[in-house]
Design a protein around this ligand. Structure first.
Ligand code: FCB
Length: 449
């Protein structure tokens, strides 16, 4: 029998995007280059050879995109600001035209009854700062705090929800450790230092944001996954604990407890970043919320030769996967929410990203039928609801993503939107999942079978 899971009346139902993935307008109105402009323009880095030069052309079509969200009924929207649009060189000269874009967007959102949640850094570092070493150098953390101050001065009268960083683990490891994202460096020791500078910049920005916008709230978004051992053997259990330390605790512990996880630090000298006196106090400044991005769980087994962690990911047999190859595992959302609530007790939680890529197509009837995404979302919303009932202070849920967009190194080959983007014409089509979400928001409830 169908059952309705009712969400709190002040719950935020939104979608999430990121500047480089949707905006386009890569060299317009005085915008400086970002590391993603450079990276995507480098041959061989993006799977389909595409770039974010135009992407969803949101820089020009933003009014229509706000109207889409209004039509769906969203009461919140998470988006990011392109740092080089505002500060073309990352520091110094301010670009008023770039800032005006976000100023207009914020006004339009508020007019539509949509609460803006702004991410200050969703990976598009100004290239000029990368030329000086990027996140591998400590100064970048201070430049980030200056940039935060400029943005919050401008928008803080209207924007009350601030996210410093999106997924610092991905920036550090995939960007600087393994080279699959911009800036494309491959140095694991540097990755650990980058993670430290990202965390430091977070802490510095928390103070700046709170000073300028005392009636706002500030937090950070982490990519978190529950980690399960591949078997009951002691070694596989060790592998799971280590991967949890590497992926989850490496960020949660400093932010909420003011130290890095000792069990990981002792594994290898690469896990001993340069930390200056006072850094950990800055990093662990109180946050108002934690943003959780959840897509899948991790299953790990021990592999003695995979230094330094000696762990290896395993794909579960018989499971269902999305187009990203990620296992569909809804209970993992409940597990991770309950775990962070219990172990770290943040004042509030938001699911700042959850969603799935499937090979969507426009069907002959003109619609885009994505039953797998609807099913995915239904099951994950049900787990979020269960977490609320069991005491998680979850206050909002942002689906990744509003519309299909530039999926980093995968280019345009992965469609995550609840709205279909026809890249040739920039036509947007509400997928069935958007229609489903519309009903959910109208009823503030999710119907499950
Ligand atoms: C997250 C990113 C987001 C998007 C989704 C699929 O790691 O934050 O930009 O790429 O994955």
């Amino acid at each position: 029998m169908a059952k309705k899971l009712v969400f709190p009346s002040d719950f935020y139902f939104g979608t999430a995007t990121a500047s480089y993935q949707i905006e386009g307008g890569w060299n317009e109105d005085g915008k400086g280059l970002s590391i993603w402009d450079t990276f995507s323009h480098t041959c061989g880095k993006i799977r389909d050879g595409s770039t974010g030069d135009v992407a969803c052309d949101h820089y020009h079509l933003w009014e229509q995109d706000v109207a889409l969200m209004k039509d769906i009924g969203c009461n919140a929207y998470r988006f990011s600001i392109s740092w080089p649009r505002v500060l073309p060189q990352g520091k110094g000269r301010f670009n008023p035209l770039g800032m005006e874009f976000y100023d207009r967007l914020v006004d339009a959102l508020l007019k539509a009854g949509i609460t803006p949640f702004i991410t200050l850094y969703h990976w598009d570092l100004p290239q000029a700062l990368q030329d000086e070493g990027g996140w591998a150098v400590r100064d970048t953390a201070y430049y980030f705090a200056e940039y935060a101050s400029i943005v919050v001065h401008k928008l803080g009268d209207r924007v009350k929800h601030w996210i410093t960083h999106n997924e610092p683990w991905v920036v550090a490891w995939i960007g600087y450790g393994w080279g699959e994202h911009a800036p494309g460096l491959k140095n694991e020791r540097v990755a650990v230092q980058v993670a430290h500078h990202l965390l430091l910049s977070h802490g510095l920005a928390v103070e700046v944001i709170r000073d300028i916008c005392p009636d706002g709230e500030v937090g950070i978004t982490l990519n978190l996954s529950p980690v399960h051992p591949a078997s009951d053997t002691e070694n596989d259990k060790i592998a799971a604990v280590r991967h949890d330390g590497f992926l989850n605790r490496w960020f949660l512990d400093p932010i909420f407890r003011g130290h890095y996880p000792p069990d990981i630090m002792e594994l290898s000298p690469i896990f001993l970043p340069e930390v200056q006196p006072g850094d950990m106090a800055i990093i662990s400044r109180r946050v108002d919320f934690l943003g959780v991005n959840y897509y899948t769980r991790s299953i790990m087994k021990f592999n003695a030769s995979a230094k330094p962690l000696q762990v290896e990911g395993v794909a579960p047999e018989g499971a269902e996967f999305t187009e990203m190859g990620w296992e569909i595992y809804p209970p993992g959302l409940y597990e991770i929410l309950m775990r962070v609530q219990k172990d770290y007790n943040p004042p509030k939680l938001y699911i700042t990203e959850n969603g799935a890529a499937f090979a969507d197509e426009i069907s002959p009837d003109g619609g885009v039928h994505d039953p797998k995404r609807v099913d995915y979302l239904k099951k994950h919303f049900a787990q979020a609801h269960r977490a609320i009932e069991d005491g998680a202070r979850l206050a909002g849920y942002f689906i990744w993503s509003l519309m299909d967009n530039f999926e980093w190194a995968h280019g345009f080959t992965k469609r995550f939107g609840i709205v279909y983007t026809d890249y040739a014409t920039q036509r947007r089509i509400l997928k069935d999942s958007a229609l489903w979400f519309k009903k959910v928001i109208a009823e503030k409830a999710v119907e499950i079978d």
